[in-house]
Design a protein around this ligand. Structure first.
Ligand SMILES: [Zn+2]
Length: 222
């Protein structure tokens, strides 16, 4: 595992060990994008663009305009989208690439061989760290041609259009690393969801629990 030279944190496939925090300590020049990453490196969790700009200003005595900084952060593949106007890093559990909820949902679905229910997908996305309204996800699943419903209320990624790694702006090797971790996070999230459902029903973790779709009855309206 590669670690940040400045922060010792695990670094992601779109980051370099020679991080902005480290470069700043050495007195080397930083771009605006580097400074945004530096602000994220100083945070334990994803933060808003507003906070990135505030930290930028606090540390360097000036900051680019809001629109300019937003564009810089959105274009930088080290910065990971976590929700409307919220960004984090690989070390916060997020994936580089997605810039909207649809991208994140497609990434989770494409990392799996099996389909997910809307509830499983929503739980997984929140578990990974994405913030969104349930209604937004509902609308995306119903309307996006890049997500299909192979059986009643179960969703899977559709391979129409350009390969996902190109749409996410990731080199294939980075995409593979990202997908592997997202698949692991998804398995962990689904396990946690089952555990909570079992707890809610007063069962132990070993008792069989019915979860949606597990009966595999034929879809009534397909
Ligand atoms: Zn660092």
């Amino acid at each position: 595992m590669t670690r940040c030279r400045g922060c010792a944190a695990e670094i992601g496939p779109t980051e370099v060990p020679d991080c902005p925090t480290h470069r700043r300590k050495q007195g080397r020049p930083l771009t605006n994008a580097d400074i945004a990453v530096l602000a994220l490196e100083a945070s334990h969790a994803p933060i808003s663009l507003y906070d990135i700009r505030r930290i930028f200003h606090r540390e360097f005595g000036w900051a680019p305009g809001e629109m300019s900084l937003n564009a810089t952060v959105a274009q930088d593949r080290r910065c990971c989208w976590a929700g409307r106007g919220i960004y984090g890093l690989w070390r916060h559990g997020l994936a580089p690439g997605p810039r909207r909820l649809l991208d994140a949902a497609r990434l989770v679905l494409s990392s799996r061989d099996a389909s997910l229910t809307q509830d499983e997908l929503a739980f997984t996305l929140r578990h990974i760290g994405y913030r969104f309204q349930a209604a937004t996800l509902h609308r995306l699943l119903a309307q996006s041609p890049t997500i299909t419903e192979p059986s009643w209320h179960r969703y899977t990624a559709n391979s129409v259009g350009a390969p996902l790694h190109l749409e996410l702006g990731l080199p294939l090797s980075a995409f593979e690393t990202v997908t592997k971790r997202v698949a692991r996070q998804t398995r962990a999230a689904l396990k946690e969801r089952r555990r909570r459902l079992a707890t809610d029903r007063g069962l132990t973790g070993d008792d069989p629990v019915f979860t949606e779709g597990k009966l595999n009855t034929s879809a009534p309206y397909s």
